[in-house]
Ligand binder design. Structure first.
Ligand code: NAD
Ligand code: MLT
Length: 311
């Protein structure tokens, strides 16, 4: 029997094939302490996580039988891949199951940011009727700058085009041809930063993208720019964002992800221009089923020594 350990909440429907498999025992334990995790991993053949569990080198060293780590989602920045590779453990993710949900969430944040919807809601439930305080801006004819035109960035671009936004994008792998097909203008990082009314990041978090938007980048932006991060905490320097909002350079920010999660009582939350959600980009029934199904299939193939898709 293969022991599959699941340490973050996963869609039950999505893991049905693991639960039904006669050669698999599923052990689902969330919110484990570090010590509990080290004990549980010892005899696991497979581990499935979302973004909460930190799969560190120490955890990997405690895994005596582990063959595969499955990430039910896109970002693998919570997994120490070099440590896994050194131990011969395969790491797989679910690269496209939550693309639409995350693009839709980003678009919801874009409209909410432009029209002060969370601020207006908070004010009306406090018993106020303050129509002057929450005057917003239209998306129509505004420039949306997308940093990272991969799966999510592309779906977001299509939605922004439907709202008659001008979309420009920076991505080192973007070709003129592809940009044309999607209806976006391919531009340099500096140009996107300087020319956009809204800037949204959709890159992975890597050494190159950590603090891609820092104090210098903010200083080069238009006055009144609005910023979104529904990708990964750390791509935007949160201290620099705080200063840029306080100085009036940035008119507002919409954040789904944070440098430390959960962020607790973050200084950014003291600013009325900041709206936020608790890493909800992929939190739809559909996305959670998709990623759990994809990762479960991959894990079964790998445990059974069958061909698999991504690693
Ligand atoms: P993807 O791999 O399809 O796209 C990422 C793109 O970023 C690629 O096109 C790549 O070329 C580009 N890129 C890499 N380095 C870059 C750089 N320095 N500058 C500009 N572009 C760069 O990934 P995706 O599925 O679109 O996901 C994007 C991000 O969203 C990831 O960080 C992922 O973890 C995150 N995400 C968050 C949520 C959420 O719940 N908020 C859900 C899904 C994905
Ligand atoms: C991802 O990278 O897929 C996101 O963080 C979504 C998630 O796992 O919740």
């Amino acid at each position: 029997m293969f022991r599959v350990l699941i340490t973050d909440p996963l869609s039950k429907l999505g893991i049905e094939q693991l639960l039904d498999a006669t050669d698999v025992k599923v052990v689902q334990k969330t919110d484990l302490s570090k010590e509990e995790l080290l004990t549980e991993i010892a005899d696991a053949d497979a581990l499935i996580v979302r973004s909460q569990t930190q799969v560190t080198a120490e955890l990997i060293q405690h895994a005596k039988k582990l063959k595969v780590i499955g990430r039910a989602g896109v970002g693998v920045d919570n997994i120490d891949i070099p440590a896994a590779t050194a131990q011969g453990i395969i790491v797989v993710n679910a690269p496209d199951g939550n693309t639409i949900s995350t693009a839709e969430h980003t678009f919801a944040m874009l409209i909410s940011l432009a029209r002060n919807i969370p601020q207006g809601y908070r004010s009306i439930v406090r018993g106020e009727w303050n129509r002057k305080a929450y005057v917003g801006v239209e998306l129509n004819n505004k420039t949306l700058g997308i940093l990272g035109l991969g799966r999510i960035g592309t779906e977001l671009a299509k939605r922004a085009r439907a709202f008659h936004m001008n979309v420009m994008a920076f991505d080192p792998y973007l070709t003129e041809d592809r940009a044309k097909k999607i209806g976006v203008q391919k531009a340099s990082l500096d140009h996107v930063i300087a020319a956009s009314d809204f800037i949204t990041v959709h890159t992975p978090l890597t050494k190159e993208t950590r603090h891609l938007i820092d104090a210098k980048a903010f200083s080069q932006m238009k006055n009144g720019v609005r910023i979104l991060n529904c990708a990964r905490g750390g791509i935007i320097d949160e201290n620099a964002l705080f200063d840029a909002i306080q100085s009036g350079k940035v008119a507002g920010a919409a954040l789904d992800v944070f440098e430390t999660e959960p962020p607790g009582e973050h200084p950014l939350f003291t600013l009325p221009q900041v709206i936020a959600t608790p890493h909800l980009g992929a939190s739809t029934r559909e996305a959670q089923e998709n990623v759990a199904i994809d990762v479960s299939q991959e894990i079964l193939h790998i445990l059974r020594d069958e061909p698999f898709k991504n690693a």
